[in-house]
Design a protein around this ligand. Structure first.
Ligand SMILES: Cc1cc2nc3c(=O)[nH]c(=O)nc-3n(C[C@H](O)[C@H](O)[C@H](O)COP(=O)(O)O)c2cc1C
Length: 185
């Protein structure tokens, strides 16, 4: 079986983030053929055309290279005010500038929230951006982790059996999705 590299991106910066915890769980539950790297969005500055004109800041260049080198992306997004958090949208905005490494890149979208909506709105809005960036967001299955306070323990371990099973299935599907699209390119 082919080995593939997945770049994990969390749309939340806090150390106690559920979405970061969800990515850590994904790494543990994924098929052995998937290798995970995480890119932390903390150092990415706000998009500014004046700054871009002078050349991408080092953190932006590193982000774009990490996307370029990955076979696929796994993005765990919180939902903020029924949308994508600014930090994630900002990072995508930087990455989308030419040359755009998000183009034709397979991606899986997941998200966790203490609320009941499971980040469904944020995920849909992220998919909308991925139309313009030509990012191949996996269609199904979806992974919506609602009421996440009940699904992780105090150390941030994903303990809910049903969610663990869904995440395992999601990752198996993402593996196939990435391989399928790799064959096309
Ligand atoms: C500014 C802000 C807006 C929020 N808006 C929503 C929302 O629209 N829907 C939702 O389910 N949760 C919302 N929340 C709650 C987040 O889901 C919660 O803070 C979650 O833990 C964030 O993810 P994280 O733990 O990975 O940081 C909001 C939180 C903040 C700080």
């Amino acid at each position: 079986l082919s080995q593939i590299k997945i770049l994990c991106i969390a749309g939340s910066l806090g150390s106690g983030s559920y979405n970061r915890a969800l990515l850590r769980a994904a790494e543990k539950l994924a098929p052995r053929e998937m290798t995970f790297h995480t890119f932390d969005l903390i150092p990415i500055p706000l998009y500014n055309a004046d700054v871009e004109t002078q050349g991408d800041p080092p953190s932006v260049s590193a982000f774009k290279e990490a996307i370029q080198e990955a076979d696929g992306l796994l993005i765990a997004t919180p939902e903020y005010n029924y949308s994508v958090p600014g930090v994630l949208k900002n990072a995508i905005d930087w990455a989308s500038r030419p040359p755009n490494p998000l183009s034709k890149k397979p991606a899986g979208i997941i998200g966790a929230t203490p609320g009941i909506g499971g980040t469904i709105r944020a995920q849909q809005i992220l998919r909308q951006s991925f139309v313009y960036t030509e990012t191949y967001a996996m269609l199904k299955p979806e992974l919506l982790v609602a009421s996440c306070r009940d699904k992780f323990d105090a150390q941030g371990n994903l303990t809910d059996e049903r969610t663990r099973r869904h995440l395992t299935e999601f990752l198996a599907a993402l593996y196939k999705w990435v391989l399928l699209l790799k064959q096309q390119s």
